[in-house]
Design a binder for this molecule. Structure first.
Ligand code: AMP
Ligand code: GLY
Length: 425
């Protein structure tokens, strides 16, 4: 078989690497890919990004199945384009991708289907939004409605901070039309976890659980980022909680989309807040896999990923199960100088650890320039390792990180800390 992976981050390197492990696969293209996918002999980068050009490529190369990594092409309708041309692709349609692309849509959807989430209201009028914030008090969360690449959420600790965030979005239009409508949401205390399923329109197959580390600095300090590291499984998601999340959040979401005439086919990611009372609530939906969660999750996958993907596009996920490595996988993101505000590009990567069975460097913002590898954006790579428990996976990952060398590199030294504190493996 020939497969095409759309995207060029660490998630897509992990997707392509996992797909290439399937004995059924002859060729894997990655569009546009990165320096890591360029170096892997089994993968082939294709410098295309427009949905129509990608559909043409899929037709001319007789690609059997296309898998989409990031949200932007999904929200732009790449799945609709491929389907109109009769090409197999795994991901939600443009309409279904609204679960991520519009936080207002997602919140109203959750309310319609009684999916537990924080109380919220949406606003386009600045005076009404201010009034509401004053009436609710702080802490309170202000969210841009549209896609904002991780920059659309402010967790305000005080009312003045919330008012400032409202001003930036509705008055100064810092995020343009993505912030022309906002959501003002109650702040939920608790511990976050990522819960991702494969959906086929009717059924859901849960992937291994994971936990991201969103802040830049150790101890969950500093600005929010796309994610500085992840661990799988997430001990906070006990088997009982897992069953509840499926029953109360994931399955109602899939049934709800089907009932509304937009069956959801694709990876569905719920960002969860597990309250001090043990109640799981959905903070958001993403219509894709998480990055960096995918890297540790897929390192633990023992089933043939291509089989799972085929069942997903055929609507038969109820007939398969996924098998997971019992070990823990832990990924440490190494980011560029200046990330997240102003990441510097072009630093030569002087050294990298050897890839091994139990340790992989998944590249993200790297680029092959003649015979050298350079940094090409914020999150440069995710060094991901397997171990018998969190401590062992962490040791292995950080040993490998010590072999990474480029000027200005930054990484957290405490990935997996919360998982270790829970004392589970
Ligand atoms: P989101 O993009 O909606 O997941 O928000 C980004 C981050 O903001 C989340 O990962 C949480 O850390 C935080 N956050 C979002 N909504 C809330 C909420 N209602 N209460 C507390 N924290 C939140
Ligand atoms: N790591 C968080 C995300 O992919 O949204």
């Amino acid at each position: 078989m020939k497969l095409l992976v759309v995207g060029g981050g660490g998630r897509e390197h992990a997707l392509a690497w996992t797909i290439a492990r399937s004995p059924r696969v002859r060729k894997v293209y990655v569009a546009p890919g990165n320096g890591g996918t360029a170096r892997d002999r089994r993968l082939c980068n294709v410098l295309l990004s427009e949905p129509k050009a990608l559909a043409d490529f899929a037709a001319s190369e007789a690609i059997d199945l296309t898998v989409v990594g990031p949200e932007a092409p999904l929200a732009a309708g790449i799945v609709d384009t491929f389907r109109q041309r009769g090409r197999r692709i795994y991901g939600p349609t443009r309409a279904a991708a609204q679960l991520e692309a519009s936080k207002d849509f997602a919140k109203a959807f959750m309310q319609r289907h009684s999916i537990p989430t924080a109380a919220a209201r949406s606003f386009t009028e600045v005076f009404e939004a201010r009034e509401y914030v004053r009436s609710r008090g702080a802490p309170i969360v202000i969210k841009a409605d549209g896609l904002a690449a991780g920059k659309g959420v402010v967790v305000a600790q005080t009312v003045p901070q919330a008012l400032e965030a409202i001003d930036r979005l509705l008055v100064q239009r810092h995020l343009g039309t993505a912030g022309a409508k906002i959501l003002v949401e109650d702040h939920l205390p608790g511990e976050e976890a990522s819960f991702i399923v494969m959906a086929d329109g009717r059924h859901a197959l849960a992937l291994a659980t994971s936990q991201d580390h969103k802040r830049l600095l150790d101890g969950d300090q500093g600005p929010n980022t796309g994610g500085m590291g992840a661990v799988s499984p997430a001990p906070v998601v006990t088997p009982q909680l897992h069953a509840r999340v499926m029953r109360e959040i994931m399955l109602p979401a899939i049934a709800g989309m089907a009932a509304e005439g937009e069956p959801y086919c694709g990876f569905l990611y719920a960002g969860l807040m597990i309250g001090p009372d043990g109640e799981p609530r959905a903070l958001e939906f993403n219509c894709r896999l998480g990055d960096p969660e995918t890297q540790p999750i897929l390192m633990r996958l023992r089933s043939d990923f291509v089989d799972l993907l085929e069942h997903a596009v055929e609507g038969t996920l109820d007939r398969v199960e996924a098998e997971w490595d019992r070990r823990v996988a832990l990924g440490v993101v190494v980011a560029a100088h200046g990330y997240p505000e102003t990441p510097r590009r072009g630093d030569p990567i002087a050294s990298l650890p050897q890839d091994a069975q139990d340790c992989m460097v998944f590249h993200a913002a790297t680029r092959q320039q003649q015979d050298r590898l350079i940094t090409d954006g914020g999150r440069v790579m995710c060094v991901t390792a397997l171990g018998e428990n969190v401590a062992a996976a962490r040791r292995r990952a950080y040993d490998a990180v010590s072999d990474v060398r480029f000027t200005g590199m930054q990484f957290r030294t405490d990935i997996g800390q919360r998982a270790m504190q829970r004392g589970s493996n």
